[in-house]
Ligand binder design. Sequence first.
Ligand code: NDP
Ligand code: F7E
Length: 325
Amino acid sequence: MRKIYVAGHRGMVGGAILRRLQDRQASGEALELVTRTHAELDLTNQAAVADFMQSERPDVVILAAAKVGGIHANNTYPADFIYKNLMIECNVIHQAFSAGVKNLLQLGSSCIYPRAVPQPMREDALLTGVLEPTNEPYAVAKIAGIKLCESYNRQHGVDYRSVMPTNLYGPSDNFHPENSHVLPALIRRFHEAQRDGLDEVVIWGTGKPRREFLHVDDMAEASLFVMDLPRAAYEANTQPMLSHINVGCGEDISIAELAAMVAKITGFTGRITQDVSKPDGTMRKLMDVSRLADMGWRATIGIEDGIRETYAWFLEQAEAELRAK
Ligand SMILES: NC(=O)C1=CN([C@@H]2O[C@H](COP(=O)(O)OP(=O)(O)OC[C@H]3O[C@@H](n4cnc5c(N)ncnc54)[C@H](OP(=O)(O)O)[C@@H]3O)[C@@H](O)[C@H]2O)C=CC1
Ligand SMILES: C[C@H]1O[C@H](OP(=O)(O)OP(=O)(O)OC[C@H]2O[C@@H](n3cnc4c(=O)[nH]c(N)nc43)[C@H](O)[C@@H]2O)[C@@H](O)[C@@H](O)C1=O
């Protein structure tokens, strides 16, 4: 029986990972799944995390809990993004080690790479240049997470792995109008404009930045694929001082193209204009995913299908919320 603790199971990625693990359980795999809500266990609380790890003593920890948000949230609450993410990583990784956990998988982010790095971004571009200012505090915390895992591996011989996702989206995303990432923000804005008969939707920035979007179900599959790799296979494709692996679909689109796609899917036929007072952030973030592809994993959900499915989920949620009122 393998006991797996999924931290952040109520979030978009943690939830998708948990659903896959529950499917495996239902198919007969000997798994015990452990979860705690944020209210039950605040991962920034060192003593609480120590007590939890000592009493549960999982075999594997999947760290998908983090303070997460889009460009505006990162730019507006930098202290929250650096403090909470550093605390969560230090507490979960160190207390897991102290409780004898040998296997851990943590999620970082593509924003760990320098802002002007050659595209697509390879894993060895880490720490080769200056970070994007709009999310530097979050990126510094995510880089610290990679270095924590590497350091515990080197000093203590444990097997702690890091996956670096590109921009993610899907069911259970955060659709907050200001604090979310671009894709859920646009789904909501275009939907509301279409619903209310507006003739204009404003997108932030110039529309020129390019982003790579991966559906959360692909991300969950990739996470479990990396978790399950035999150590020799994982290490054959990493280097001692470079223990993280990029996860993406290998293709990017401009924000203007994305907005046009969301307009089509939501049925909005009006004008799309730009608010250039809002930041563009990094101009391009495309992952080099050859390392993961060499190991045998590729994304399967195309962006247009993924947005349609996410929009259907959003509509169901909106209806359920209306019914509940
Ligand atoms: N979404 C994206 O586009 C990307 C995400 N990632 C990474 O993937 C991982 C998962 O992100 P995602 O699922 O999108 O994020 P979500 O915000 O959907 O989920 C994060 C989860 O972590 C929980 N959490 C946050 N702080 C604490 C805390 N102090 N104690 C306990 N639980 C806490 C949240 O609970 P609550 O809501 O109650 O606070 C939430 O359930 C993160 O590491 C993120 O950095 C990387 C690249 C892109
Ligand atoms: C995953 C990644 O997410 C963050 O980085 P980001 O990729 O810049 O994130 P974003 O999704 O918020 O924006 C992408 C682009 O889209 C443009 N844009 C247009 N209109 C809206 C809009 O309405 N909302 C948002 N949020 N962006 C918009 C926006 O101006 C930008 O050019 C990191 O902070 C960090 O959290 C991280 O790692």
